[in-house]
Design a protein around this ligand. Structure first.
Ligand SMILES: [Zn+2]
Length: 152
């Protein structure tokens, strides 16, 4: 749905990093740009503002993001453990492991809003294929419950 056909394909990592729609990699899938606007940071539009892709692809679509969030959290724990080990060091003769545990807990908590948003973006990128010429079929939201609701 883009007028300029000669534009470059947006980079997948950059579009995930900036929480863009997986279909067009241009529209934001969150209403608030700031992840630390805690009241609004998880609010999503119904459709991508650029291509019209349904953001919640089906009912309960984002339940699976727990797996992504878990993997991201483990990656951050491992990275912070290695960084602590290299720059501060661990010893069995002091409490350095407990200091790291405390630091890591605070780090994970403070990154939580960012991680939750990335998890949703990554989850959407798993299931929605990039297509710059994608058009939403008319009369269809692509959601099972909408069809069901119309049938009643
Ligand atoms: Zn889009």
């Amino acid at each position: 749905m883009c007028a300029d056909k000669n534009h470059d394909k947006p980079n997948v990592f950059k579009s995930v990093f900036t929480n863009k729609c997986a279909r067009c990699r241009r529209g934001s899938i969150f209403l608030s740009k700031n992840p630390y606007d805690l009241k609004n940071c998880m609010k999503m539009p119904e459709k991508c503002p650029v291509c019209g892709q349904q953001v919640e692809v089906e009912v309960g679509f984002y339940y699976g993001t727990g797996y992504v969030s878990y993997a991201l959290s483990i990656a951050i724990c491992v990275a912070s453990l290695i960084a602590w080990w290299l720059f501060i060091g661990f010893s069995i003769y002091d409490n350095s492991i407990y200091w790291w545990l405390g630091f890591n807990g605070i780090l994970l908590l403070s990154l939580q809003p960012v991680l939750m948003r990335w998890s949703r973006t990554i989850w959407m990128a798993f299931f929605v294929r990039y297509d710059e010429d994608w058009h939403q079929p008319p009369q269809s939201t692509g959601r099972v419950n909408a069809t069901f609701k119309n049938a009643i």
